[in-house]
Design a protein around this ligand. Structure first.
Ligand code: BEZ
Ligand code: FE
Length: 309
C-alpha cells in the first residue's frame, strides 16, 4: 500500500469513539489513556504503512507472550521499566528530593514473603558451590542518621543465573531473605556470588531481541527493596564489577553508582574469621534513604508478583 492514507482528523475521531470519550460511563483515566494509545498506534500504522501481515504477526507475538507470561521480561528488555525509573527520578528532583541511593529496575523475579531475620542472614542453602560472598553495610538517611529496624529485602540468582521459585530445582526462597537492620542500621549476609540472568532460550523475549540484533543477557547483580517507616521505599540492585555485560545490560538496569568494589579475601586468618575454608568475596555497600515528603510521587509500586506456593 502506501503511507499516510488516512486523514489525522479521521484517526482522532475513531480513537475517541473507540475509547468511549463520547460516553458518560466508564473510567475517565482509562478512557484518556486508551484514546491516546489508540490514536498513536493508528498514526504509526498509517505513517509506517504497517501491512496486514505485519500487524497480525505482532498480535500473534503478543498473544504468545501473554500465554507464556513474558510481559514482565519484555518490558525491561524494550527499556520501558528503566524509562519509568528515569521519570520517577526527575519527578523527585522537581519535588525537591535529592540524594539517596540510586534506584533501578525491580525486574520480574521478586517473590514476596521471604524468611526474615535480624541483622544478618545466610541466603544460600549450601547446595551451590559458588564463590562465597559476604555483603554488609549500613542503612542511613541522607543526613547520615543510621536507620534501625529498616527492612532489607534481598534476592538474587544462583551461579547459573536462575532464581528460586522460577527455577524448580532450587529450594523455596533460596537466595531470598528479608533482613531487619540492627540498632546501628547495619545488615550483613552470607551468600554465593550470582551469575547474570539470561532470557530463556526460545522465549518470545529472546526472539524479539534477536530480531533486533540484540542479546538477552544481564550482568550479575543483587536486588534490594529497602524500606523503613518515614522513608521512601528504595528499589535497587548492585551490579557485579568485571561482568562481561556490566555496561551492556539487556534490561538497562546498570547504574554507575551501583557498582561497588569487590574485595577478594585470600588471607588465611580472615578466611578463618569468616567461618569458611576457602577464599571469599566481600562487598560493603551502604544504602541512603530519602525521607517521605508530602506531595512527592510514591515509590511503593502496586505490581503483581508471583506468589510462593
Ligand atoms: C532480573 O533482574 O534478573 C531481570 C530483570 C529484567 C528482566 C529479566 C530479568
Ligand atoms: Fe535479577
Amino acid at each position: 500500500m502506501a503511507a499516510n492514507l488516512i486523514d489525522k482528523d479521521v484517526i482522532t475521531a475513531l480513537a475517541a469513539r473507540a475509547a468511549g470519550i463520547d460516553q458518560s460511563g466508564g473510567n475517565p483515566r482509562l478512557k484518556q489513556v486508551v484514546n491516546r494509545l489508540l490514536a498513536d498506534l493508528m498514526v504509526a500504522i498509517d505513517e509506517l504503512d504497517i501491512s496486514m501481515d505485519e500487524f497480525w504477526c505482532g498480535i500473534a507475538y503478543l498473544t504468545q507472550a501473554g500465554k507464556q507470561n513474558e510481559f514482565g521480561l519484555i518490558v525491561p528488555g524494550v527499556v520501558l521499566e528503566h524509562f519509568l525509573d528515569l521519570r520517577l527520578d526527575e519527578a523527585e528532583r522537581r519535588a525537591g528530593l535529592a540524594g539517596g541511593t540510586a534506584r533501578t529496575i525491580e525486574g520480574p523475579l521478586y517473590i514476596a514473603g521471604a524468611p526474615t531475620s535480624k541483622a544478618e542472614a545466610r541466603l544460600d542453602d549450601g547446595t551451590d558451590d559458588g564463590e562465597v560472598l559476604f555483603m554488609e553495610g549500613q542503612v542511613r538517611g541522607v543526613c547520615g542518621e543510621p536507620i534501625a529496624g529498616a527492612m532489607v529485602d534481598v534476592w538474587h540468582a544462583n551461579t547459573m543465573g536462575n532464581y528460586s521459585h522460577f527455577d524448580p530445582t532450587q529450594a523455596a526462597f533460596n537466595l531470598r531473605r528479608r533482613i531487619e537492620t540492627d540498632k546501628d542500621g547495619r545488615y550483613r549476609f552470607r551468600s554465593i556470588m550470582p551469575s547474570g540472568y539470561a532470557c530463556p532460550p526460545g522465549s518470545q523475549t529472546e526472539k524479539l531481541l534477536q530480531a533486533m540484533g540484540r542479546h538477552g543477557n544481564r550482568p550479575a547483580h543483587v536486588h534490594f527493596f529497602v524500606s523503613a517507616p518515614g522513608y521512601r521505599k528504595l528499589t535497587t540492585q548492585i551490579n557485579i564489577d568485571g561482568d562481561k555485560y556490566l555496561r551492556d545490560d539487556f534490561a538497562f538496569g546498570t547504574r554507575e553508582e551501583l557498582i561497588p568494589q569487590i574485595e577478594r579475601i585470600t588471607d588465611a586468618a580472615e578466611i578463618h574469621k569468616g567461618g569458611i575454608n576457602k577464599p571469599f568475596a566481600r562487598i560493603r555497600f551502604d544504602f541512603s534513604m530519602t525521607k517521605e515528603v508530602a506531595g512527592a510521587p510514591v515509590t511503593i509500586v502496586a505490581r503483581e508478583h508471583a506468589q510462593a506456593a
